[in-house]
Design a protein around this ligand. Structure first.
Ligand code: WQD
Length: 328
């Protein structure tokens, strides 16, 4: 007889070979759950997936494949992380983003309904709040995405709501703020699109990092963001899943620290951690960048007792260690 609190959930993590997905896989395994990964390895890496984790190698858009994967695992839950997330790329190629992120979501939902898997954690984003966001941002703040990427995340949230009402899903959408750091070098964020890895790439190549604008209405003129350690993001998934074992959820949570950090502050943290004393180039503001997007994380703390544990320095330090040690 397995006590409820010891019951391991069988979870399929889509995008589990990616930067955030691989951290979530480790966190769920650490919480005693049985995890499998579904990934097409278009951006994910097998190096990020432990040898003990079954891998379903294929496309989200192949609904029959996704359903068969759910049945092979006898999955109780899906953590849907697989998506394209480069904001500028989404502006240049919106149809690609609507296919991958929105049609991909539809395929996952269809497969879940067919397979009878009724718990869903969805990787959403602070990008749903857009340029009009007023910090601190709560889950009831207006949503007004300023990129196709942000719109795909908001559309997916609505799809989940509608399917949940029709088919009785238990779900939570986790709106990640700016994710940084790494648990170890194999899980480093090697992407080109976010600030911290871009700064690492610049200083590792002897190039001056760029600051997109220093005339914003913020204390030092550069944009404020809520940088949250990927370990905290992964831990939040385990907490939400644990709560789903005993009660249905149908809700959205901000996953942030509640602390705003400016781009200048990030550069200072990078100098401190790396020991590299670099100058930056001040460039024109990037179109669509809101001045200030910082989470109010009170809802998940009040309802689930979860709060972030790591600060910016530890995120930058772990990211730099992973960047420096990771295989190229
Ligand atoms: C952070 C800050 C830039 C690069 C993204 C996406 C999405 C989401 C959150 C998951 C901004 C500034 C950047 C550079 C700079 N993640 N910057 N020089 O745009 O806040 O949001 O992350 O859903 O990926 O919405 O993140 O890392 O691109 O920028 O000055 O070379 O750094 O202006 O203020 P962003 P970012």
């Amino acid at each position: 007889m397995v006590c409820v609190e010891e019951y391991a959930v069988r979870v399929l993590v889509t995008g589990g070979a990616g930067y955030i997905g691989s951290h979530v896989v480790r966190s769920l395994q650490g919480s005693g759950h049985t995890v499998a990964v579904l990934d097409d390895f278009s951006t994910g890496s097998r190096r990020r997936v432990g040898a003990d984790v079954p891998v379903e190698d294929g496309s989200l858009l192949d609904t029959a494949f996704v359903e068969a994967s759910l049945r092979r695992l006898s999955a109780d839950a899906v953590v849907h992380i697989a998506a394209k997330k480069a904001v500028e790329e989404s502006v240049a190629d919106p149809l690609f983003y609507y296919r991958e992120n929105v049609a991909g979501m539809q395929s996952v939902l269809e497969a879940m309904v067919s397979a009878g898997t009724r718990r869903l954690l969805f990787s959403s984003s602070a990008a749903v709040y857009g340029a009009s966001a007023t910090s601190p941002v709560t889950e009831t703040s207006p949503t007004d995405p300023s990129s196709p990427y942000g719109w795909t995340k908001l559309m997916c949230e609505q799809m989940i709501r509608d399917v949940s009402l029709a088919h009785g899903l238990s779900w939570s959408a986790l709106r990640y703020f700016n994710v940084a750091g790494a648990a170890d070098p194999t899980l480093a964020d090697r992407g080109e699109s976010n600030l911290i890895p871009k700064v690492f790439r610049a200083i590792s190549s002897g190039v001056r990092p760029q600051i997109y604008g220093d005339t914003y209405p913020t204390p030092d003129g550069s944009c404020l963001r809520d940088y949250i350690h990927v370990n905290d993001v992964a831990d939040a998934h385990a907490t939400v899943l644990e709560h789903m074992e005993n009660a249905d959820l149908c809700t959205v949570y901000n996953i942030g620290t509640g602390t705003g950090t400016s781009v200048f502050d990030v550069m200072t943290a990078v100098r401190l951690v790396t020991g590299v004393d670099f100058e930056c180039d001040i460039c024109p503001p990037r179109p669509g960048d809101p001045a200030d997007v910082v989470a109010d994380p009170a809802k998940i703390r009040a309802e689930l007792g979860w709060a972030s544990q790591y600060d910016l320095g530890s995120a930058v330090e772990s990211a730099w260690k992973a960047w420096s040690d990771a295989p190229s």
